[in-house]
Design a protein around this ligand. Sequence first.
Ligand SMILES: CC(=O)[C@@H](O)[C@H](O)COP(=O)(O)O
Ligand SMILES: NCC(=O)COP(=O)(O)O
Length: 251
Amino acid sequence: MATRNSKRSTIRLGVNIDHVATVRQARGTPYPDPVEAALIAASSGADSITIHLREDRRHIQDHDVTRLLAKSAAPTNLEMAVTNEMVAIAVRAKPRFVCLVPERREEVTTEGGLDVAGNEAQVTAACQRLAKAGIEVALFIDADPRQLAAAKRTGVPHLEIHTGAYADAKGSARAAELKRIAAFARAAHKAGIEVHAGHGLTLDNVAPIAQIPEIVELNIGHSIVARALFVGLPAAVAEMRRAMTEARNAK
Ligand SMILES: CC(=O)[C@@H](O)[C@H](O)COP(=O)(O)O
Ligand SMILES: NCC(=O)COP(=O)(O)O
């Protein structure tokens, strides 16, 4: 895994290809194939591929998980809800990484982080089942010290900070969110947890997040897939990677 301490440490890009499947599901066609997108993203600079198998199967389908893992273009990070069904799927499929996320069927997108503090026993049990199957587990949480304290007690090795509030905020509210995320990343890193971030990141807002030295991985999907409509997926992945790396090296 990545170096942790140096301010010049590299930063990995996980490309989320869910929204290639969103387009396919809108018409029930076999195209565009998210697995093909994963292969293109991996050969264009993605360090890993993220997919979110939602309980309502609105985009990624079970066969996508199977096919993606069989082709193994890059390590797969499977995002999923903390349910027995999902944990059983992951234990069978054995992706390299699982990120446990909250889910509400009515939401348009993931609205907040997992409430680890409020569901500690359930989250800990899921983490332990997944770790026993050889899967590296992350929890997708808000930059909230109470959630960090609970996450530490689960023994999870990785955390992904939900950057949605940062992405949605403007002006001084965004600066405050950034400060909160940086403080959280420092505290999590100090506790020996590897720190990732993602949600709502774009070419316009990624730089300040990429400059937080404790954050070693960003998972980005919607904006890359949207940008790919205009410039193509290889270019969209490459320009995001460039923006992240330039920001990191400029600090
Ligand atoms: C957990 C997360 O932040 C992403 O995987 C996101 O949820 C994917 O997009 P949708 O929320 O639209 O499913
Ligand atoms: N975990 C965040 C993710 O995978 C991508 O989120 P988004 O860039 O699609 O908002």
